[in-house]
Design a protein around this ligand. Structure first.
Ligand SMILES: *Cc1c(COP(=O)(O)O)cnc(C)c1O
Length: 404
């Protein structure tokens, strides 16, 4: 029957984005995916349930039929997982309540095997850096650059972790070369910034691909989630850890993330084109000291200003001054104050996160409107004079609103 999905027929990413995880809908007589909010699933056959629970406990494999209890699995979230795995070119994917819950589960899978040492390349997202550096999960980290990874690996190394492009400097690593340097140690690539639209790390040798689904996958700033795309064996271990530790994604979030995937290629390509144009203009702007933009492209732009970065944040009117990224609207934030505040100042600076660096997530607005807002914010008078008008001449105080 032509409706049956044949995995051997290659389909373009844009096609997969709207069809993966939904192949059975027409046969079910549905168009939109159903949302299953059940926390428990009835069964009159306790012997069969016991056998299924044993099966999950020993293999971690997804159960055929109802999930017994919502901490094991959820049919709506499973659709999102299947779709994301397809987009990343991975066997499977396992979703979590947030990106940080996803990273936690990966670390616990490795630590449970006694492999508590992690080799990581800075910069990473501030909270990922913090989780590793503080050893909150009983892991130990060695920070190095990509060229130092092979030498940093020890017998108890369970994971090599990188972001490419990295948050917030957009620094990139050669994933293929790094995967080679890792040998048998799994390489985790946080692909939150590039998304599978621009880069598929599994094809370059990464064993584990992590997303903060809160960002581009959801795409509208209204859903928090995390997901790991990986091989079957690692996915089974992740499902067991997720069951035992409980960092599950809510099914409504699973629904929204699946819906987000359907427009992911269109959103990423449109926002990337706008970002590239803004980069072109920023690069020749005398107020800008340096622009960071990765070779892989994308909708994230970082730049260092000669002036006070806090004044730029205080000066935007159309662009939203907020942490996070990957939404339909443009966001700007100051990493040294917000996203990377939890990283010690010295570590931040040595990772290239300058105090003058601003990180902008370009959305779907018109490029001219964004440029107009950015350029007026870059010319904003120093915030001090706004907040403290001179007593002798109050009329000198600008009339624009402050404190936004
Ligand atoms: C936001 C982010 C995370 C953390 O994800 P949450 O969904 O906020 O828990 C991890 N990695 C990167 C690159 C991020 O930007």
């Amino acid at each position: 029957m032509y409706m049956d999905y044949d995995a051997s027929t290659p389909r373009a990413l844009a096609t997969e984005a709207v069809h993966a995880g939904r192949e059975d809908l027409a046969e079910l007589g549905l168009h939109a995916p159903p949302i299953d909010l059940s926390t428990t699933y009835p069964s009159y056959d306790t012997r069969a349930e016991a056998a299924r629970i044993d099966e999950f406990a020993t293999t971690g494999a997804r159960l055929d039929g109802p999930p017994v209890y919502a901490r094991l699995d959820n049919p709506t979230t499973a659709r999102f997982e299947a779709a994301l795995a397809r987009l990343e070119g991975a066997d499977d994917a396992v979703a979590f309540a947030s990106g940080m819950a996803a990273l936690t589960a990966v670390l616990l899978v490795r630590a449970s095997l006694g492999l508590r040492h992690v080799v990581a390349v800075r910069p990473l997202y501030g909270c990922s850096d913090h989780l590793l550096n503080a050893g909150l999960l009983g892991t130990e980290v060695t920070w190095t650059d990509p060229a130092g990874v092979a030498d940093a690996i020890r017998p108890d190394t369970g994971l090599v972790m990188v972001e490419s492009p990295a948050n917030p400097t957009l620094a990139e690593v050669d994933i293929r070369a790094l995967a080679h340097a890792c040998g048998s140690v799994p390489l985790l690539v946080d692909n939150t910034f590039a998304t599978p639209v621009l880069q598929r790390p599994v094809e370059e040798g990464a064993r584990i691909v992590l997303h903060s689904a809160t960002k581009y996958l959801g795409g509208h700033g209204d859903v928090m989630g995390g997901v790991v795309a990986c091989d079957d064996e690692f996915a089974r271990a992740l499902r067991q850890v997720r069951f035992a530790t409980g960092g599950v994604l809510h099914p409504l979030a699973g629904y929204l993330l699946l819906r987000g995937l359907s427009t992911l290629p269109v959103r990423v390509r449109a926002a990337s084109a706008t970002a590239a144009e803004l980069v072109r203009r920023l690069a020749t702007d005398p107020r800008i000291a340096r622009v960071h933009y990765p070779r892989v492209g994308g909708a994230m732009v970082s730049f260092e200003v000669y002036g006070d970065p806090h004044d730029v944040i205080a000066g935007v009117r159309l662009i939203t001054p907020a942490v996070s990224l990957g939404s339909v609207d443009t966001l700007i934030q100051h990493p040294a104050s917000i996203s990377h505040r939890i990283v010690a100042e010295g570590d931040r600076r040595s990772a290239g996160v300058s105090d003058r660096l601003l990180r902008m997530s370009v959305g779907l607005e018109d490029v001219e409107d964004l440029w107009r807002d950015l350029t007026q914010a870059l010319s904003a008078p120093p915030a001090e004079t706004v907040r403290a008008p001179r007593a002798a001449d109050d009329s000198a105080a600008p009339s624009r609103p402050v404190g936004r």
